[in-house]
Design a protein around this ligand. Structure first.
Ligand code: UGB
Length: 593
């Protein structure tokens, strides 16, 4: 049979046989039978081999080592002592914050963005891809549109009047998300980006393992197919490296790579300042973080110091942080300190890497990230698994291989400003104890209104206090439904420059600002106001707007008559009455209500 194979495939088979994988070929019929299936099998092997740094041989070797460590209950943090790291803590709107924002905007012309969007979001249980989900339903803007418009706004602001250089965006997809992501972009003209500005890199799954000897697992009903599962968001590093795009960016003079996740509608409010911190502190790695309640299900940024002298600032996943602390002289584990928060800031998986040192590191590692394995054993003997397992890796583990000379820092931002992901379905979110973040579509949308309201308050607008309401069993603050396009309010100083005089917004109001040069001057809003304008139109808004507005109504997540995007958030807007103005021509206009 081997004669039918290419040299590369022959070498692969030989390697597999030498590495304890003969079971893969054991039940094969004679040559001439099932040849198409056999060919497909070799194609799959070739793909698995080429998409893992070091190939399948490395995968099997790493798996054997990690499975042996797991069987021996070896703690990956053995020898490490955790301590609270020091980093930059920012307060929105103060002078320091504004300075960092301005630096960040200038640096953005040397930035590239990488969105990891290969995850299906099992916890959320939404039937579509997560980036297609509306971040808020006042305008219906989906996450990917919001992200792209934010990057375009940064691109414009950073060009400072000169011709704009496109900021590149890479989106990591997977088989689960690739087709639908591409289609969403194409059918919406890339939401205003040039198609060449966007690169989709698809991560491949990795082979499943059926036992402690790292034997690759076959599909139960198909002996010509290896079972595969996602390897995790850590794949982004090897994909970027092998695609060659990092070198292209470096040659083009770029300096920063910003990684972000699929459903955080607040993130870009934190990006300019965080990039400013990276540039000012010359951080090779800057992780964005938020204050974190002890035991909250997000990783904690921790300094780990090894008895051999090694030291690193790294994310420790929440399920490992508590046991690590207990084993290291903190008998109570992960507990809140006098601030009411854990002293270990919460990782929001937003990383800013300096491109030069990043490429240097990846050329040593090929982008391989320290992995872990999490087998579900049948019993305490740990000799067999309930179901097959696989190796996994996380993008935030990148600093683990860095030399001690690397400048690894972090930036803590207020949660209301920076972090409101949509990860949990309604039922699970409702079980989260009050006071802890729900991380649901409900809380994610309400967080956007809260952030925008707080920002406008800080800019001098009288914004009514929120009311508490329960949707899908989750109690949330309901602020006026204020939204704006990123090009209107990219940074606090830009927002302040657009707001003047005496302005007030009542709690039941809706305000959607869809244009760039819309100036809010002496507006009293009690109802709904929607303003759209082309970039060359300058609109001055004043007067009193009073109408029935958009009424917030509850939706039961079990009510299948309602669309899924509304059911998962538990509310919808009854658009009863609004003042809606659209300015499609350039010029100077007064909107006098
Ligand atoms: N993702 C991929 O692109 N590929 C994959 O194979 C898997 C995921 P989850 P997770 O912000 O609260 C992370 O599933 O992994 C993308 C951090 O590890 O939403 O449970 C996926 O599309 C944790 O430290 O999160 O937890 C999504 O965009 C904490 O910070 C992203 O990766 C936590 O996020 C994250 O995937 C958090």
């Amino acid at each position: 049979n081997l004669k039918l194979l290419s040299d590369q495939q022959q070498a692969l088979v030989k390697m597999l046989l030498e590495n304890g994988q003969d079971h893969l070929f054991r039940d094969w019929p004679a040559p001439g039978v099932d040849d198409d299936s056999k060919k497909a099998f070799f194609d799959q092997l070739t793909l698995l081999d080429s998409s893992y740094p070091g190939g399948l041989q490395s995968y099997i070797k790493n798996a054997k080592r990690l499975l042996a460590d797991s069987k021996a209950s070896k703690n990956p943090y053995d020898g490490f002592t955790p301590s609270v790291p020091t980093g930059e803590t920012l307060t929105f709107g103060d002078e320091n914050f504004i300075n960092f924002e301005e630096t960040g905007v200038r640096e953005a012309r040397k930035a590239a963005f990488v969105l990891v969007a290969g995850g299906l979001g099992e916890r959320l249980g939404y039937s579509g891809i997560k980036v297609a989900l509306p971040a808020e339903t006042t305008t219906g803007t989906c996450f990917i549109q919001h992200y792209i418009e934010s990057i375009l706004a940064l691109q414009e602001a950073s060009s400072q009047g000169e011709s704009q250089t496109p900021i590149p965006l890479v989106i990591m997809t997977s088989d689960d998300t690739h087709g639908r992501t591409l289609e969403l972009l194409q059918s919406n003209s890339y939401f205003g980006m040039q198609p060449t500005q966007v690169t989709l890199l698809k991560q491949e799954k990795v082979a499943c393992l059926e036992d402690n000897d790292a034997r690759l697992a076959l599909e139960p009903q198909n002996k010509y197919k290896i079972q595969t599962k996602p390897h995790g968001h850590g794949d982004v590093h090897s994909l970027l490296y092998s695609s060659g795009i990092l070198k292209v960016w470096h040659d083009a003079g770029l300096k920063w790579v910003l990684f972000f996740q699929d459903t955080n509608g607040l993130l870009f409010k934190a990006i300019p300042a965080a990039l400013g911190v990276s540039a000012s502190k010359q951080y090779h790695v800057n992780s964005l973080a938020v204050p974190r309640k002890a035991k909250e299900a997000i990783g904690g940024i921790t300094r780990l110091t090894h008895s051999d002298g090694r030291s690193m600032v790294i994310n420790v996943e929440y399920n490992q942080l508590d046991p690590l602390l207990r084993a290291s002289g903190y008998p109570e584990g992960d507990v809140n300190c006098e601030t009411g928060f854990s002293p270990f800031p919460g990782n929001i998986n937003q990383l800013i890497l300096e491109l030069g040192p990043y490429i240097e590191e990846l050329s040593k590692t090929g982008g391989a990230i320290q992995e872990f394995v999490n087998p579900k054993y049948k019993d305490a003997s740990k000799t067999s698994f309930k179901s097959s397992t696989r190796l996994e890796c996380m993008m935030q583990d990148y600093p683990k291989t860095l030399p001690p000379s690397a400048r690894v820092g972090f930036t803590v931002m207020e949660t209301w400003l920076a972090y409101a992901p949509v990860k949990n379905n309604a039922e699970d979110a409702a079980k989260i104890p009050k006071g802890n973040p729900y991380h649901s579509a409900t809380s994610g949308e309400m967080a956007i209104y809260r952030a925008n309201s707080i920002i406008l308050k800080k800019a001098g607008v009288q914004v009514a206090e929120p009311v508490l309401q329960v949707f899908n069993g989750q109690e949330v603050e309901v602020w006026p439904r204020i939204t704006w396009k990123p090009k209107w309010g990219l940074t606090f100083s830009r927002i302040k420059s657009k707001v003047s005089g005496n302005n007030s917004i009542s709690q039941r109001s809706t305000l959607a600002i869809k244009g760039k040069n819309i100036f809010i001057q002496n507006l009293s809003l009690d109802g709904a106001l929607i303003i759209d304008a082309v970039d060359d139109a300058e609109v001055n808004v004043n007067g009193s707007v009073q109408n029935k507005g958009w009424i917030l109504e509850t939706v039961d997540y079990k009510d299948t008559k309602e669309p899924e995007v509304l059911r998962i958030r538990g509310f919808k807007f009854n658009k009863t009455e609004q003042l809606e103005k659209k300015y499609s021509e350039p010029g100077k206009f007064d909107l006098k209500a």
